[in-house]
Design a protein around this ligand. Sequence first.
Ligand code: GLC
Length: 530
Amino acid sequence: MAGSEWWRDGVIYQVYPRSFQDSNGDGIGDLSGIISRLDYLEWLGIDAIWLTPITVSPDADVGYDVSDYCNVQPQFGDLRTADELIAEAARRGIKVVLDIVPNHTSDRHRWFIDARSSRMAPHRDWYVWADPKPDGGPPNNWVSQFGGPAWTLDARTGQYYLHNFLPEQPDLNWWNPEVRDAFDDIYRFWFDRGVAGFRIDVAHGIVKDRELRDNPAATADDNPWLQRLGQRPIYNTERPEVHDVLRRWRGLADTYQPPRILLGETYVLEVRSMGRFYGEGDELHLAFNFTYVHAPFAARALAEVVAESELVLGNRNWPVWTVSNHDVSRVMTRWAGGDERKLRCALLSLLTLRGTPVLYYGDEIGMADTPIGREDLQDPLGKRHWPQPRGRDPERTPMPWRKAEGAGFTDAGVRPWLPFGDTAARNVEDQRRGPGSTLCFTRDLIALRRERRDLHAGRYRQLPAPADAWVWQRGSGTTVALNLSDHRVEVPGVTGLVLMGTTGSRHGERLKGTLTLAPWEGAICSSESI
Ligand code: GLC
C-alpha cells in the first residue's frame, strides 16, 4: 500500500486564508489571493493545501463558528472563486483540502436560531440542552476549553445549552440522526465540487456522554493541559460512539473516485488514544499527532514519541506529522527559540519521518511568532485571558512576501488584519533569491523527499546514537541524523554519501563510518553510493 496514494507520499501545506494573500486591499487574505500564489506553492513542491475554514462565519472564533457550511465567507470570495481555486490548483497538481467544523455551529446558524426559539422548535434537539440543577446552576461540571463553564443558560426557554468552546459556538447533538444526515450532505456538497478531503475540527470530541455525567477531577499526574482544565474531559470528548460517526464519514469518502481523505484534529495527548481514530483502517486516514507537537525539542523525547507512534500505528496506519499550526506557537519560536539551525533540524525531522508532513505557511521561511499588542488582538482566547499569553494571534500573522509596505500581502498603506512581523529580516522574495536560505533548504528537502522512495515510503527504524543525537534509517538505503545539542557529536556506523544537510555545505561528502555533526546540525545520507 505505501507509496500508492497521494496523501501518503505527498506534503500538505496549511494555508491560513486570512493571512496568505489579500487581493482586494481590505487587509484580509482571500481566495483570489491564494490563487495568485499557487505558482509559488507549485515551485515549493507541495501536493495539497489545507485551508482553515473558508465557510460563512460571524468570526466569534475566527471562522470556527460556522453559520453556513455550504457557502463562502464573503470576505474570502464566493463559491465561484472556490471552484476556480480548486481548478487552478488542480492545473498545478495541487489538491485542496477544506476544514469542516462538525462539533458546533455558530449561534447565528439558522439551526440554532430555530433551536433556541422554543422547546418545541424543529431544530431544538439538534443541540445539547439540559435543565438547570435544582439550585439553578449548570447541568454538570463540564468546562469549556476556552475557560469557564461549558453551559450557558438560555433565559427564554429556561434550559442550558452546551458549548465546549465559546458560548457563540453551541455544540451539536450527534446522537440525533438528522444532524448526521445534514453533515453527510455538507460533505457531499464539497466533495462534488472537487475538494480532495477534509480536515475535521475536534474530530475526537463531537459525541458527548448521553447521560451528561460529571467529569472526574484532574490529578497531579495529569498533563498541564488537564491540570489547567481542572478535570479529565472523559465524558465530553473521546466517547466510544464517536467512532461510529467517523466510520460513517469514511464510508462516504470512499464512495468517491478518487476516494476523499479525512484528516482529523485529534487533540489528545496520548499516542495510544490518537491511534484509535484510525479504527480498523475504516475511520480517519490521518490523525494529527499532538504529542509530537507538544514534546520538548530534545532527541530522546522526540524519538520516544515517534517510537511509540510507530508501535501504535504499525504498518497499516500512516502517521501524519506537523510542527506548527494556527493553534500553537510557531516552531521557530517554540522549538527553535529563533535559532535558524534548530529550525532546520525541526523541518528536517518533519519532512523525513515516515508519514505525511503538514507544513504550516511561513515555516518554510522561518517565520517566528509576532508579538501582538492588546489593541491588535483578534483571537477571543487572547482577549479573554489577556495579559496571559494564551492567544493564538502571534502564529496567525500575514505572510511576508517581500520587503515593502504591505509586505506583498496587501496594498501599501492598508492596515493588515494582524500586524506584520519583521518583514525586512524574513520574506519570501529575498529567500527565494538566496540559495542558502531556509526557503531553498525546505524546497530542496521536499524535492529530495519526492524523488527518493525511501524518504516518502520507506519504513522507519531508529538507530543507536550518542546522547542528544537522533538517528534513523528510512527504507534500506537512507539514514537521517540530527544533533540536537550545543556540542559536536560523532555518529558511528554511517557510511555513504551526504545527500543534504541543514548547513548546505555537506552535500556530496563521503562518509567512511562516522558522521560528525556540528551543534544543531542534521543530515540525510545515502548508503548506496559507496
Ligand atoms: C480547533 C481549531 C481551533 C478552534 C477550535 C474550536 O481546535 O483548530 O482554532 O478554536 O477548534 O472550533
